[in-house]
Design a protein around this ligand. Sequence first.
Ligand SMILES: NC(=O)C1=CN([C@@H]2O[C@H](COP(=O)(O)OP(=O)(O)OC[C@H]3O[C@@H](n4cnc5c(N)ncnc54)[C@H](OP(=O)(O)O)[C@@H]3O)[C@@H](O)[C@H]2O)C=CC1
Ligand SMILES: O=C1OC[C@@H](O)[C@H](O)[C@H]1O
Length: 394
Amino acid sequence: MSKFQLKWGILATGGIAETFARDLWPNPETRGVDDIEHVVVAAASSSSVERARAFLKEVRAPDSAKAYGSYEQLVQDSNVDIIYVATPHSHHFQNAMLCLEAGKNVLCEKAFTTNAKQTELLIKKAKEKNLFLMEAVWTRYFPLSVYVREVITSGRIGTVYRTAADLSYSIPPEKTFPDTHRMVNPSLAGGALLDLGIYALTWVFQTLYTTESDPQSPTVISAVEKYHLGTDEHTTILLTFPRPPPARPAHGIATTSFLVSGDPDGKGSAGPTIRVQGSRGEIQIFPPASRPTKTRLVLADGTVEDREWFQPGPGRGSGWKNGFGGDFNAEGEGHGMFWEADECAYALRDGRKEGRFESLQESLVIMRVMDEVRRQHGVEFPETIESVEYPLKL
Ligand SMILES: NC(=O)C1=CN([C@@H]2O[C@H](COP(=O)(O)OP(=O)(O)OC[C@H]3O[C@@H](n4cnc5c(N)ncnc54)[C@H](OP(=O)(O)O)[C@@H]3O)[C@@H](O)[C@H]2O)C=CC1
Ligand SMILES: O=C1OC[C@@H](O)[C@H](O)[C@H]1O
């Protein structure tokens, strides 16, 4: 059987670009996928062509892969099918628009853009150009997430009325990050919400929003503590999802923080970081919410089902370059970014323009929720990165 080969261009050469590109290297058959394959054919760095070249070597791209010293050159490469955008949040709109304008399909890192208006414009451009566009919320594509959604749609836990989800790390920003770092810097659209909170929102949405036949935007109430730079460091969001009567509304509680940890000992001893609660039981997901590997189903009839979700390898994941995440994969374990890459390959092979497990509409609604949280607390970014003007030099 001939395999569909997806040719990737990597835009940026930072921490997650490296992790993602490494995950493209293992043979998909190691995860039971035998009809597609990935190859990195090009990478671009905004700093230098040498950096792009070194990156290609680090991620074991073929010798034929092209290195570019600018993103503008990368998008002109006719051998590239799809571009993975891995710059800071602040730059996603400009970078993804550059790719779409040049006729390239795009997988863009989370958070999709700085604000919802920018996301709207990307969606419009992708539609106009008939291109594939997807926010890289990798967690949605894990077999674990597929299982959780199936537990819900099968009715095993009854009607789901509440999801509480958290992604928090005890990383006091003043001790962990220089003010210029993308995690805290307003000029790079930093803060807990866009970086980590989006995973808590992902779990709330993929359990309360996508399962509804007629999904509606939730109402938003929030509490935010700000870091001295004005970005958020400790955020709690309460969402109410309306449902057509006689069903009752569902509540989502999404929390994120740099001040406390959802997994203090790093072993899940503190318990689940996500609880999806229905009228007949609940499904629990253990930390971290971005890359969980353990679930527990607890039903009112006494059933308890524990499952482990190994990320098949080989592969090596890397955490944040500044060291607080570190390498957290055992040898022989993949990082798990290949599932979203596989989704892109299937979409391009089959002519789909969106990912199956998060529609562009849903990405947009989540961006609107984050806009609303920021609006409620005056969390503002510089005008240039909130701008919907394109092109704009940042
Ligand atoms: N899915 C996941 O698990 C993760 C996702 N992410 C997401 O990936 C994105 C990037 O994060 P991460 O890789 O950790 O960030 P890094 O800071 O490690 O890398 C960002 C890269 O973007 C490029 N870049 C372009 N312009 C700028 C600029 N003005 N300032 C800084 N970098 C710039 C640089 O590469 P170059 O010069 O070579 O172009 C840089 O190396 C974010 O959207 C983040 O939320 C991050 C971590 C995990
Ligand atoms: O996307 C992410 O997931 C895991 C976190 O470690 C990281 O900060 C974030 O960007």
